[in-house]
Every structure is written in C-alpha cells, then in structure tokens.
Design a protein around this ligand. Structure first.
Ligand SMILES: Cc1ncc(COP(=O)(O)O)c(C=O)c1O
Length: 371
C-alpha cells in the first residue's frame, strides 16, 4: 500500500487517473464571423415555446423546483408512451451517466465501452473507482463480437452510444438485441441515444423496447441536441424500476432546475420544431458528405447531426493544419485526437450559411495546401 500523504487531502488514485473532459472550442480569434460547429448543437435553436417557458421561469427564481421533475416526466411519458415512474431526469444526460456509474460500479469492477466511444464513459467509470475496458470497433462502429470478447467476470456496465459520437455510426437494433442477449443478467447495458431523433434508418431503434422489457437495460436521452437546450442541461433516462430507484437514491435532490423542467415540457409540445430540425439535417448531412468527398476528404457515413472528416496523410493537409486554417476563417470544428482519431475533425451540421461557407473554406484549404 502506498504511504498516505498527510500534507493535504488526497483524491482516490482512480480520480487522478482521469483525463478531464475537454469540450469543443468556441472561439475563432480574429475571424469576422464565428460558426461554432464543434459541439453538435442544433443550428435551429430551441422551440420558441421553450424560450417563452424559460423566460416565464424568471418570475419564480427564489423557489426550489419540483425535485422529482414530475411534470416533465409525465410529458416525456406522454410523448414516448412510457410510464413516468420509470423515467428519471438529470442535469444533462452526463449527470445520469455519472449517477449510473456511481450506482453500479466500484473498485474491482470493469466498465466496457468501444474504441471511439463517447469520452464521458471512461471518466464515469474511473470516477466510480472502476477500470475502463475498451473494445475495438469495426469501420468506426461498435462491434458486438468485439464487445462480448471483452466481457469478464468483473464487467458490471457496458456503455453503448447509439448512434456513436464522434463517429456518427450506429448499431442496428438486431445487433443491440444480440449484444443484450449475450450479456449476463447482472451486467447493466446503458444505451446512450443522445442523437436518436436524427436517425432515419428502418433497422435502428433507440432502445425503448429493450429498456421496457429487460431488468438490465437503461436508455439515456438528452434535450441538448435536437431540442436545442444544451445550455439548460437537461437529460432523461428510462429503465427498469430497480435501476431508476437506485439512481434516484443518489442524485442531487434538485438536480434539474425549474427553467429546464418548464422549457423541456414546452419543447416536447412542439413536434413541428423537431420535424424541421430533422428535415434540415436530412438535407444538409448528405450534401456535406458529398461535398467533402469531392474535395478528397473522407467522411464516415453518419446518421447523426455531425460528420467525422478523415484528412489525407500528407502533413500539409492534416486535420491539425485544417483545424488551424478553418478556425482562422471562423469555422470551429471539433478536434478528436482524444478519441484516438488524430487526423480527423468532427463537423456539426450547421445553418445553410455555415455549411456552404465551410465547404468554400475547406476547398481553399485543400487547394492552398496542395498548391
Ligand atoms: C453520445 C453522447 N452522449 C451524451 C452526451 C451528453 O449530453 P448532455 O448535454 O445531455 O449531457 C453527448 C454530448 O455531446 C453525447 O454526444
């Protein structure tokens, strides 16, 4: 056992092993206009009804919110056909992922996720004192056989982002079911469906059916992406009563603020706004995919509201060089070296102006670097 440091409080070793999450940058110093395409936010913003509800909340800031977010759970239940008693809301889905980790993982346990999986997972796993285990992916997508090969007697939680960030790939529902069927009943499968609303594939499902029927599946969702409420921090999870009960015991008593509850309810009531966001994405994701490939940049086929760009090996055309050039032109993308993708950038689908401008800037970059 290592000697205890008595000169100051010492965090657990597993905490100090964490590489703190670095969010996508937002600044582009010197650029006339900045397009933030680094955090998968919606270019359409929130529903006007949600903004109105948020403003109305200013009249009662001194009063604690409803700690169980009942109105929001009822609204989510109505929208998705779910029992509100099996829903829990959080301060962003990050909050819920962390709570799931703390409730189900501890020293000696392993938490499993995929090679280019969302980087919050290793943080959550280590924060709980457990060991992160990484399963290789196939073509930048989760691979069920590789995941199952990494399951050991110590595995307690499997985190699966579906679709995955930052790759944009997804696992067909049949594959998710195959993964679940092969997991022992004491292993919790966390399906993180932050981008579910954007997916229009017949073989995709967010995981509601599995979470409804199993004792060991929980699905997390967010209001940060298609609902445009990232700044408010609002997410939810749906799962078996036992899992919701465990998370409820350890969450902050008022982990969701009143403005978020009311804006969330209003956002759920504006399905036309969500439809508009889907239509926008369906128009611009294929356009951007085609345009970048025309420029000689490879894109991983995406079903989300973002696209992973693979830059050529040539140093002058590298992701790092592109990032610097695009930022100077006001286009802020996400560097994804921390995801094991050092020569890639992740691009969020933006407004028409941002998308068209980005392609012009990228064309200039490729031309300049080559020329
Ligand atoms: C896959 C995935 N899960 C969860 C989150 C966290 O979202 P929230 O804003 O709800 O905490 C993100 C945000 O980028 C994400 O990409």
């Amino acid at each position: 056992m290592s000697a205890m440091n008595l000169s100051r409080p010492t965090p657990r070793a597993s905490v100090m092993a964490i590489a703190a999450y670095v969010p996508g940058k937002s600044a582009a110093p010197g650029a006339a206009k900045v397009f933030k395409l680094s955090s998968n936010e919606t270019p359409l913003g929130p529903s006007p009804l949600a903004i109105e509800a948020f403003r109305a909340n200013a009249d009662h800031l001194a009063i604690y919110p409803d700690g169980s977010a009942s109105a929001l759970r009822v609204a989510i239940g109505k929208r998705y056909g779910l029992d509100p008693a099996r829903i829990i809301c959080g301060n962003g889905s990050d909050d819920l992922l962390g709570l799931i980790g703390h409730a189900y993982l501890g020293p000696g346990d392993e938490g499993l996720y995929t090679q280019h999986g969302f980087l919050e997972y290793p943080i959550v796993i280590r924060a709980a004192g457990a060991e992160p285990v990484v399963a290789p992916e196939k073509d930048f997508a989760a691979d069920v056989d590789q995941l199952l090969a990494k399951v050991t007697a110590r595995t307690k939680v499997v985190f699966l982002a579906n679709p995955n960030n930052p790759t944009g790939t997804y696992l067909p529902f049949a594959e998710v079911k195959r993964l679940h069927a092969a997991l022992a009943p004491h292993i919790l499968l966390v399906i993180d469906a932050a981008y579910a609303e954007y997916v229009s594939r017949n073989d995709y499902a967010a995981g509601i059916e599995l979470a409804a029927e199993s004792e060991n599946v929980v699905m997390t969702r967010t209001f940060s992406k298609i609902y445009g409420l990232a700044n408010l921090r609002l997410g939810w999870a749906y799962g078996p009563a036992s899992v919701i009960d465990a998370i409820n015991r350890i969450r902050g008593p008022f982990n969701v603020n009143g403005a978020a509850i009311e804006a969330g309810v209003a956002a759920l009531g504006d399905s036309a706004h969500v439809d508009k966001a889907v239509a926008h994405n369906d128009q611009w994701l294929p356009w951007l995919t085609k345009e970048i490939e025309r420029l000689g940049i490879k894109g991983t086929p995406s079903v989300g509201n973002f696209l992973l760009l693979h830059f050529p090996k040539d140093e002058t055309l590298s992701a790092k060089a592109a990032d610097a050039y695009l930022t100077s032109r006001g286009f802020v993308l996400r560097a994804v070296g921390a995801y094991g993708l050092p020569n890639c950038l992740r691009l969020t689908i933006g407004t028409e102006e941002a998308n068209r401008g980005l392609i012009v800037a990228l064309a200039d970059f490729m031309g300049r670097a080559r020329g």
